[in-house]
Each structure stands twice: as structure tokens, then as C-alpha cells.
Design a protein around this ligand. Structure first.
Ligand code: FES
Length: 112
């Protein structure tokens, strides 16, 4: 897993949803009820930018068709049968780090 320091925002207790860069990858960073979550930027349904969405009861809501995804597990709402990729978050002082598995990390984990 590679860890990336998020340059665009510092750790905060304020709620937010923001598109940020983790290395070369755009991701969606969410501050919700004092915790930070990181997810893929594109909605699994039709690819809309989730940083334009909102958070309700621990779920990110896509602004386009209102599909929902659990911020911790990425599991889609009832009846959706899909998942949103989520990433590890580590808070180091005021800095936010996001951990992203490479393709080969995922392959290695699949064969453990
Ligand atoms: S694009 Fe997100 S719900 Fe359809």
C-alpha cells in the first residue's frame, strides 16, 4: 500500500466533501461527524463526480441519481448491488494521509 499526503486540506472536525489528489489519482475526501473518509471519485453507477454529492447518516449520496454508498465499507444502498472503492485514512498531526493499494497489491492479496 502506498501512502499519500493530501496537500489540499488539513485535518478538521468540520464537515466537508472535496475532490483531492492522492499521488496522481483524484479521490473524494469526506469529513463527516469528526472522521475523515476517502473514496473513489467516480460513482460506480454512471461515473458522476461524488465530491459534488452530500453525506447523510454515514453514507455518501451521489448528486446525479441519488445512489448511496457506505463511507466505511463502500457498500451500495439496498437494491443497488454495487460497491464504491474506499481507501485507508491515517491522520498524522494535522496532516491527512490516504493509503491506496496498487494493482499488484490487490493481486497479491487475492492469492493470500
Ligand atoms: S451516477 Fe451516481 S447514482 Fe447515477
Amino acid at each position: 500500500m502506498n501512502w499519500y499526503k493530501i496537500a489540499e486540506i488539513k485535518n478538521t472536525l468540520e464537515p466537508f466533501i472535496k475532490k483531492v489528489k492522492a499521488g496522481n489519482r483524484s479521490i473524494c475526501l469526506v469529513g463527516f461527524e469528526g472522521k475523515i473518509y476517502a473514496t473513489a471519485i467516480n460513482c460506480p453507477h454512471a461515473g458522476f463526480d461524488l465530491s459534488q454529492g452530500l453525506c447523510v447518516k454515514g453514507k455518501i449520496v451521489c448528486p446525479y441519481h441519488r445512489y448511496t454508498y457506505n463511507l466505511t465499507t463502500g457498500k451500495g444502498g439496498e437494491g443497488q448491488n454495487d460497491f464504491l472503492e474506499t481507501y485507508a485514512v491515517d491522520i498524522r498531526g494535522d496532516d491527512i494521509y490516504v493509503g491506496i493499494n496498487s494493482f499488484w497489491d490487490k493481486v497479491r492479496q487475492a492469492f493470500k
